[in-house]
Design a protein around this ligand. Structure first.
Ligand SMILES: [Ca+2]
Ligand SMILES: [Ca+2]
Length: 220
């Protein structure tokens, strides 16, 4: 069912998705949703991953597993274009994590990494202190942020977050300062393995390099 702007209408799915009553599909055609495929439980079969605006300030993330459907909600502003969830495998274990946009800033997207845990359902990958791991992308003219996945020769994959902002502009060339932080993600926890600060480097410096597609997976 398409709304007047060509967007999928959330209410059109109310009869087909068995979401919990607390996050029933939103009314009206101003709400968006995206569905992608990921193997969130690592059983080799693609699962539907749906991100849906359910109210002006709430988003729902729904994993359609083989035997059940699970969901979670979190604060999200429906006035911004809904960003597609990104299927990834940030630790190369065959179970896919989903990178979800939590906040749309003027020039920067803020992401959270979600995974499936049989015991607790959909969880946020957290850092060692228990806070949700945040990733960023964008920055406009004053910053540059992004993420990558790096595989070593042993088949270990690290998730790398880069955040930088412009600290000087000699000869009108912006130079960036920031940090590059590597994580090993295991069982929902991102353990920091390396942190490197850099100062006054040009945009094309290797420490600034990010490639989100290196974390991505395609699932059919
Ligand atoms: Ca699966
Ligand atoms: Ca994984």
């Amino acid at each position: 069912m398409l709304g007047k702007a060509g967007k999928l209408v959330a209410v059109g799915f109310a009869g087909t998705l068995l979401i919990t009553p607390g996050i029933a599909a939103a009314q009206g055609d101003e709400f968006e949703e995206h569905t992608v495929k990921a193997d969130v439980d690592g059983d080799g079969r693609a699962d539907g991953v749906t991100l849906r605006e359910v109210s002006e300030d709430t988003h729902a993330l729904i994993f359609g597993l083989a035997g059940e459907q699970i969901d979670t909600t979190y604060p999200g502003n429906a006035s911004f274009p809904l960003q597609k969830p990104r299927p990834t495998d940030v630790n190369l274990d065959g179970s896919h994590e989903v990178i979800v946009t939590e906040y749309v800033g003027a020039n920067t997207l803020t992401f959270n990494v979600r995974d499936y845990d049989p015991a607790s359902g959909i969880r946020s990958v957290s850092t060692e202190d228990g806070a949700p791991l945040k990733l960023f992308e964008g920055g406009g003219v004053s910053g540059n942020s992004g993420y990558s996945c790096l595989d070593d020769h042993t088949g270990t994959r690290e998730l790398v977050s880069v955040t930088a902002h412009v600290t000087s502009t000699p000869d009108d060339t912006p130079l960036f300062s920031g940090e590059r932080v590597s994580y090993l993600v295991d069982n929902g926890v991102a353990t920091e393995t390396h942190r490197a600060e850099f100062n006054d480097v040009p945009r094309e410096d290797p420490v600034m390099e990010t490639n989100p597609e290196s974390c991505g997976v395609s699932v059919s």
